[in-house]
Design a protein around this ligand. Structure first.
Ligand code: ANZ
Ligand code: ZN
Length: 887
């Protein structure tokens, strides 16, 4: 007899599947030639993993992501769908550029080498990916279409330029992303204090789609609720009013200037005790009075160094200074002081706020700090006005101290005050979004060039479509200084204006890499098209993506941008759907065992821990903390996928990852459990090998129609002995349970346990079972195993001699169907409840009627114990399930 040696079989099958082009995307559907006469135009199914950044190294997070998607793709294929399961590379971005800056390597070469390395690592996992459709966003045949799509946005009026404040590193002379500025406001590279600079930048007008992006969220029923909520909060629609206040001078005369605030609480208007401008508000310069000038300047300087998060955090103190000017309350006529404060942001609403300390917590804290009056204008229904001192009352209530609005419910007052303001011309209703337009300019080399030319006479001229792509010049040496690296290449940016022929200048900024990833899933439908990014028929055939799988870290930006692109391209007539991803699965993190010295704070590599049962610092002997945390290099807690594959094979790695935790949950890597999965696969090998040794062969040859089970047909169920019936029940229970686990919630972990149960039943009954029943069991076990452990299933399938010829692969077989008859049991467990509480279980004949069940329950020891000899007042019988005895 033989042994399970994954190293001997996995590569062989991978090569074989490759030669057979097993994972090639089937043609069919509209617009594809080739037809599908024999398969009756099966439904297309697109299974998609979020594509990786080609860092050069595959980590366990990737492995988990792609294995999950692969199982889904494989099951859908076996269910008779046409499946598109592609892979690509999110290949522009900083690490390649940094490699160029630090080591003088060409980012293109660096990236291509990493792609090649990672592709090879991926292939070792036995993923059923159609590599013919691979895309890399940094290749000209891809980014040509990113540029083409940018021009679509430009033509639609959805791309525009405006001055924007950016983080500027004065030493490196470059723009930094927010993540590259530390909490002290210093550059991650140079350590210089980062300045704010105004630069002319490109934006995409995502705010024009804010309503649709929000209103369509409820249609995404196949998305985690959490992700939908995060998107809704990010878009942040609030309905309120803009109210305008007249500025008055020292003599109390109106100066003609007005300040408009955005408020969601017009009902609190009579509670206003001050107005606040953002320090960056344009009126600050003109309205500040001479005696306040110095204090205001010093304060503005201080604030310019704070991050938005520091300025607005609930628990941070609020700071401000009065600017010496006043405004008039539009209804009471009272004069109100004008302040600037850090907690008011320039680019939300109007950059000005009416301060209502009694009803807004931030205003409350601010007023207490600076001795500003607190005026309650809303009280809880039925309370008196002193009842809630000590903090802001932010709930609705009844109006007081509000002139003609006294006594109204605050909700009504909201409407009434807005209406009055509109009638008198100093206010209007307003819907405000937290979402801002998307800044896509990057002063970087390794990105997609923005395809426009700046002409002194014509202004911004799009590069004509037939001149795309605007190719990146090849460069090995990139300086970190001086803004856009492309701006230093005069020969590259000096061009003739496409419109008038004058000397003009190419745009030297590149695009945010989120642009490239906002449409890659569309390209997979038609990846070799060199006339268009994709044909409408192809994209409408395959998309929206049926199942998208990726990390929760993309819950907001990537997914929101992709939804935005889809809606714009729909409105341009390029595709015919409104949402790109029908179902979304966000997989949990892979965590590794982590050792930390609590005294020094240092992480210790597991290999340096001599005795894991008494973990100590190898140099100091101090006792270490042990916990699970997301795998990362800096914590030495990573597990290298190729080491695991070398040792146990890809099938074990896959089985472990799927079995250890439900896909949405975090997964704790555990070597003992990996070993356990390996032993389970060994057991399966021995089980099948034993059957083979007894002469058992499979007759399945792949020609069976979906749902038809040649083995089952010849079984005379009535004539089977109890062992064989038990085995058939286990087989069909496994089919039903695994199928169930793979629908909807993807409970791969329980699916694997079902396989284990089936293998136990087979160990017990297979040898004695009549041949057709044994064949059916073997065949089913391997079919159910195939998506999880594709190499082993294929090897065992071949070992049993299943079929021959092109259709022989187990991966071309149909998913088995459960036989309802076989599921029936001779006896079933009956739950006994006393007064609704479960008190025990009884085995009863499966076909027992109500009266019989009642009698069995009453005669049971459970009843004797709990009823203490008394007859129950009521008996509820649910046949097949339970009997409830109510004393
Ligand atoms: C007066 C008021 C009274 C407010 C009250 C709230 C409660 P959301 O819901 O997030 O849209 N606000 C407006 N613009 C701001 C800015 N640029 N920076 C900081 N805060 C700003 O929040 C809207 C509320 O946030 C507005 O309503 C305003 O304070 C403040 F009892 O106006 B409110
Ligand atoms: Zn011109």
């Amino acid at each position: 007899s033989s042994r399970y040696q994954p190293q001997a079989i996995e590569e062989r099958w991978q090569r074989h599947w490759d030669q057979q082009q097993l994972h090639r995307t089937p043609s069919g559907g509209t617009g594809d030639s080739g037809g599908s006469a024999d398969s009756g135009d099966p439904k297309p199914f697109m299974a998609l993993s979020m594509f990786p950044y080609p860092s050069g190294n595959l980590h366990m997070g990737h492995v988990r992501n792609y294995v999950i998607t692969d199982v889904i793709a494989r099951v859908q294929r076996m269910r008779g769908h046409r499946v598109l399961h592609p892979m690509g590379w999110d290949a522009f971005g900083l690490p390649a550029e940094n490699a160029a800056i630090e080591r003088g390597v060409d980012p293109a070469d660096w990236t291509d080498r990493n792609i090649a390395a990672m592709r090879q690592q991926l292939q070792r996992l036995g993923l059923s990916i159609d590599w013919d459709r691979e895309v890399a966003t940094c290749h000209a045949d891809y980014y040509r279409w990113t540029q083409w799509l940018f021009l679509q946005f430009l033509e639609a009026g959805l791309a525009y330029q405006k001055d924007a404040t950016v983080n500027w590193d004065p030493v490196d002379q470059t723009v930094l992303a927010n993540e590259q500025v530390d909490s002290e406001g210093r550059s991650w590279r140079s350590g210089a204090l980062v300045e704010k600079r105004k630069l002319r930048q490109w934006f995409l007008k995502i705010t024009a789609y804010a309503d649709q992006l929000l209103d369509d969220l409820p249609t995404l029923e196949g998305w985690p609720e959490r992700v939908r909520t995060m998107q809704a909060n990010w878009i942040g629609r609030s309905t309120g009013a803009e109210l305008s206040f007249a500025v008055v001078d020292g003599e109390g005369q109106e100066s003609g200037e007005r300040i408009t605030v955005f408020t969601t609480r017009p009902d609190t208007l009579y509670g206003v005790s001050y107005l606040v401008l953002a320090p960056e508000h344009p009126l600050v310069a003109t309205l500040t009075q001479a005696e306040q000038q110095l204090a205001v300047e010093a304060f503005c300087d201080l604030v310019s160094r704070q991050s938005e998060q520091e300025r607005t955090a609930e628990d941070k103190p609020k700071r401000g200074v009065p600017i010496g000017a006043r405004v008039r309350h539009p209804l009471s006529g009272e004069l109100i002081p004008l302040w600037i404060a850090d907690y008011v942001l320039a680019d939300y609403g109007t950059g000005a706020v009416m301060g209502v300390p009694a009803h807004d917590q931030r205003d409350f804290v601010f007023a207490r700090q600076y001795g500003l009056p607190v005026r309650q204008v809303i009280i809880p229904e039925g309370s008196d006005e002193r009842a809630y001192e000590g903090g802001a009352w932010t709930e609705p209530g009844v109006m007081i101290h509000s002139g003609p609005f006294d006594g109204l419910a605050s909700g009504e007052a909201k409407q009434a005050i807005t209406r009055t303001a509109a009638e008198q011309g100093w206010g209007w209703q307003k819907v405000q979004y937290r979402l801002r337009d998307w800044l896509i300019s990057r002063q970087r080399y390794w990105g997609c060039p923005i395809p426009v030319i700046h002409c002194p006479s014509c202004g911004v001229v799009p590069v004509p479509a037939d001149q795309l792509p605007v190719e990146l010049p090849r460069r090995a040496a990139i300086s970190a200084r001086g803004g856009s690296p492309l701006a230093q290449l005069e020969s590259w940016w000096q061009v003739a204006c496409p419109s008038c022929g004058q000397a003009a200048r190419r745009e030297t900024d590149t695009m945010d890499t989120f642009m490239c990833s906002s449409w890659y899933y569309l390209r997979y439908s038609d990846p070799h098209n060199d006339a268009l990014p994709f044909r409408r028929e192809a994209v409408d055939d395959w998309l929206p993506v049926d199942q998208y799988v990726g990390g929760i870290e993309h819950a907001i930006l990537h997914l929101l941008y992709a939804r935005f692109f889809t809606k714009v391209l729909r409105d341009r007539g390029l595709l015919g759907f409104s949402e790109p991803f029908t179902r979304l699965l966000t997989q949990g993190m892979v965590q590794g065992i982590t050792y930390k010295n609590p005294v020094s704070g240092k992480y210790i590599a597991p290999a340096d821990v001599a005795d894991p049962t008494d973990p100590r610092d190898p140099t100091t002997g101090e006792v270490l903390e042990v916990f699970y945390e997301k795998m990362s290099k800096s914590k030495y807690n990573g597990v290298d996928p190729s080491v695991v594959i070398d040792r146990y094979g890809a099938d074990t790695a896959r089985m472990f990852i799927l079995f250890k935790a439900p896909p949405e949950k975090d997964l704790e890597w555990d070597d003992a459990d990996v070993e356990g999965q390996f032993r389970f696969l060994q057991r399966l090998w021995r089980l099948v090998d034993g059957a083979r040794a007894r002469g058992l062969r499979l007759d399945g040859d792949g020609t069976a129609a979906p749902g038809e089970n040649p083995a089952a047909v010849s079984i005379d169920a009535a004539a089977l002995n109890p062992g064989a019936r038990e085995l058939r029940r286990a087989v069909h229970t496994a089919i039903a349970a695994v199928s169930d686990d793979l629908d909807g919630d993807f409970q791969f972990n329980t699916a694997v346990s079902e396989l284990m149960k089936l293998s136990n039943a087979m160990t017990e009954h297979l040898e004695a079972a009549p041949e057709p029943v044994a064949r059916e069991a073997l065949r089913t076990l391997l079919l159910l195993l195939a998506p999880f452990a594709p190499h082993l299933a294929e090897e065992l399938w071949a070992m049993l001699g299943a079929g021959s010829g092109a259709a022989a692969s187990i991966h071309l077989q149909s998913w088995p169907r459960a036989d309802a008859q076989a599921l029936l049991r001779d006896t079933i467990p009956l739950v006994i409840q006393i007064k609704g509480k479960v008190r025990g279980n009884l085995d009863v004949p499966a076909d027992a009627d109500k009266a019989t069940l009642e009698r069995i329950a009453l005669d049971s020891e459970i009843a004797a114990k709990w009823l203490e000899g008394k007859a129950p007042s009521r008996v509820i019988v649910v046949p097949g399930k339970l009997v409830n005895l109510v004393p």
